[in-house]
Write a protein that binds this ligand. Sequence first.
Ligand code: ADP
Length: 163
Amino acid sequence: MTTALYPGGFDPITYGHLDIATRAAQVFDKLVIGVFATPQKNLLFNTEERVDMIQRAVAPTSNIRVEPFFGLTVDFARQLNAGVIVRGLRMSSDFEREFEMALMNKKLAPEIEVLCMMTSVQYQFLSSSILKEVAQLGGCIEDLVPEHVANALREKLSIMAFR
Ligand code: ADP
């Protein structure tokens, strides 16, 4: 049984993330989506909200589980007995950061492999940050995220507009 870990901030989950997760779930026996509970950047959604949105989105895929985690990704992978960390690559600008992180993770945990999957072409431009920008400016986000995520995003942004 091979378990893989797909870690990220997922603020919020997009169809680009879901594409990587569902494709990875076809390659590995089990996939755990690990949600950074202590990310470096300021996030729009708290950990519980991000986990909940992902859980709803991956509910149809039985071998995907969603869990928040603190600390190093490789420590969480070891806890799960995951031999593989999955990441997604959109464009060459992702490559440098992913390469750097993969080398550091290899140094910290030589027994864990990092596998990068290429984005599907229709999601090449899609990131959580650009999605939030578009949503904030009133653009259409319906074909970028599941409906419950689009609703949560609009609700969060309208609450913030009143602050
Ligand atoms: P980070 O860990 O940098 O906060 P995210 O949570 O945004 O990243 O994403 C987690 C992983 O999913 C990263 O490997 C990122 O490159 C990948 N990813 C994000 N959006 C897409 C997309 N549209 N297509 C493919 N991979 C993606």
